[in-house]
Design a protein around this ligand. Sequence first.
Ligand SMILES: [Zn+2]
Length: 277
Amino acid sequence: MKKLSIQFTSVLLVGLVSSQLVGCATTTNKGAVGIDRSQFMMLSSKQVESLSSASYSQTLKTASDKKTLNTDPAVLARVRAISDRLIAQVPVYRADAASWKWEVNVEKNDQVNAYCMPGGKIMVFTGLIDKLNLTDDELAAVIGHEIAHALREHGRERMSLAYAQQGGLALIAAVIGSKKNAATSLDLAGKGTQLFFSLPNSRTQETEADRMGLELVAHAGYNPNAAISLWTKMGQNGSKKPAEFFSSHPADKTRIDDLSKLIPTVMPLYEQAKAGK
Ligand SMILES: [Zn+2]
């Protein structure tokens, strides 16, 4: 079994190098906030998206079985309406994202959390909305931040880095090597979920998602100032009861200061979006 996986890994490496997937580039336009960092990518978008899609499907099925998926039609409609307005603006950063298979769902879960998996698979936990009593503008700020992670392909970048550093090699090789049949798809989805959540965003990726998310909400006609009130609320909530979200999303002064400095840059976009309605 072990021998087989080593052999497979070699094949995979040769495959990756020969198909010239290794490289540095930037996944998005830089936007008004000026994000142009080169990104190290060893895995293809297609590989990462199929992984993400399988994980997301499994998450939906599990939640559905537990009767925690989209339990409140009004909350679902609210989250989808906000997400749709943000998704309509993604071509500002990359034209191809407009044709992604976007999905937006809500899970009844007390955790203060939300995410957007690679390829546009959004999940919002009810704990985020309820515990922080979020306004539409604040909810747009969280979802915009998560969409920005997906547009920048931060997940793919983290998996590529793990791959390069060998630590995640066996796991990624196993995931990519899984045959597409019913018996292994569950395993594949489980490993994908594990990968996505076990590799936290770096601080650099967080800053990029904050900045691009701020611009995205402005283009969609949501008040960018809500990002400040959102992270202030997050900080207050986090000090009472640390949630998983805070280990990767510290609501500290640096984050809030950085966002505050960029508000004048994106405010004209917000005014323009509001005037256009
Ligand atoms: Zn983030």
